[in-house]
Design a protein around this ligand. Structure first.
Ligand code: URA
Length: 243
């Protein structure tokens, strides 16, 4: 049970203070009866009206960070009945969906939400959130390779925006690199490394917009904290409103 003014405020009617006034002024009905006592408790299942207009309950907004294993598809349903990221998130009644995509053969951080505005904000093509990948690639990367990746490279009809690259480990056979990009073309990281003749052996996304997968085990998920959600909104929504 929650107080009527909180219910109304959560549903976006107005501030809590203003909602108290609406109640006192006799403008709020609960199941057809005018309620004038602001402290009145409601379940949230009642029919609630303000000035005769029905109030739709606030949908709980869900923000989940999943560490996707290889072998899962990052969509809600798959036409070939392969396992999807949704199969890994149990106990959530709301209809959630992934923000952007990770290839079937890529692991790592993917965000799931039911907040369409939030999803659009993170994927907006003009200023996509920074994504960090850890790639294991064939052969030893040289300074020239890194230069080409950093400057932008033609991946078949499209030249990538500048990236930042850091070599973590390298031997003759393979190199491990961290690469940060602000785009999300189809199989972009794989195509970037293919273009320089160092195909990707293994790929994991480790961060989006400063949120890292950390020590979360593969196949496990957690809710984003309130601070993480607010930080992302601060970082990326101001960009959008400036357009
Ligand atoms: N780039 C890729 O090549 N694959 C992904 O899953 C994500 C980025």
């Amino acid at each position: 049970m929650i107080r009527l003014q909180k219910y109304l405020a959560d549903a976006g009617v107005s501030s809590r203070r203003k909602c108290e006034e609406l109640i006192s002024q006799g403008r709020v009905q609960v199941n057809g009866r005018i309620v004038t006592e602001p402290g009145t408790k409601v379940e949230g299942t009642e029919e609630i009206r303000v000035d005769g207009k029905k109030v739709e309950p606030a949908k709980r907004k869900i923000y989940i960070l999943l560490n996707k294993p290889v072998g899962y598809i990052s969509s809600v349903r798959d036409q070939f009945s392969r396992k999807t990221v949704i199969d890994l998130v149990s106990g959530i009644k709301e209809r959630i969906y992934p923000v952007g995509r990770l290839d079937y053969d890529t692991s790592g951080l993917i965000i799931l939400t039911n907040d369409g505005e939030f999803a659009n904000m993170l994927m907006h093509p003009r200023h996509e959130a920074e994504k960090v990948y850890r790639a294991e690639v064939e052969g030893m990367l040289g300074a020239d390779d890194i230069n080409r990746l950093e400057k932008g490279i033609d991946i078949g009809g499209y030249v990538t925006a500048p990236a930042s690259v850091r070599v973590i480990d390298k031997t003759k056979k393979r190199s491990v690199v961290e690469i940060s990009i602000h785009e999300g073309k189809n199989r972009q990281v794989r195509r970037m490394f293919e273009s320089i003749g160092h195909p990707v052996l293994k790929l994991k996304r480790t961060a989006i917009g400063g949120i890292t997968v950390g020590t979360l085990e593969e196949g496990k998920w957690r809710y984003l904290t309130k601070t993480e959600v607010e930080d992302l909104k601060l970082k990326y929504s101001s960009n959008l409103s400036a357009e």
